[in-house]
Design a protein around this ligand. Structure first.
Ligand SMILES: [Zn+2]
Length: 117
């Protein structure tokens, strides 16, 4: 019986193929950002596109919906600002909800109350 200790490094080397999955898709994760201003126009902070026409309901990464702006090119959502939870300057359907922004800060955003029935 040839019982030699043939430690033949049979550690199946997985040749870990770190095939860098070319995630070149222009849309990374949905990000919640602040708009920038160009005169009267709201512009995307990343690409500078005017986004005023995107005003409406948009979904946050966590599934909540806010009223605000968005840049589809950058996958950015720019929620409208609320200054209080009862959002007195908005309609009944809007209330202030705390939203975490891309920079880590949290502010009240114009959350859309309830689901569209
Ligand atoms: Zn953009």
């Amino acid at each position: 019986m040839p019982s030699e200790d043939h430690a033949n490094g049979s550690d199946s080397v997985d040749s870990s193929r770190d095939s860098e999955q070319s995630t070149l898709l222009a849309s990374p994760e949905l990000q919640v950002v602040e708009a920038e201003r160009d005169g009267f126009s709201a512009i995307c902070p990343d690409c500078g596109k005017a986004i005023g026409k995107s005003r409406g309901g948009h979904e946050l990464p966590d599934g909540r919906r806010v009223h605000g702006l968005a840049c589809s090119d950058c996958n950015n959502v720019i929620p409208g600002t609320c200054h209080a939870e009862d959002a007195p300057h908005w309609t009944d359907r809007i209330r202030g909800i705390p939203v975490e922004m891309r920079d880590g800060s949290t502010r009240l955003a114009a959350g859309i109350r309830g689901e569209k029935a």
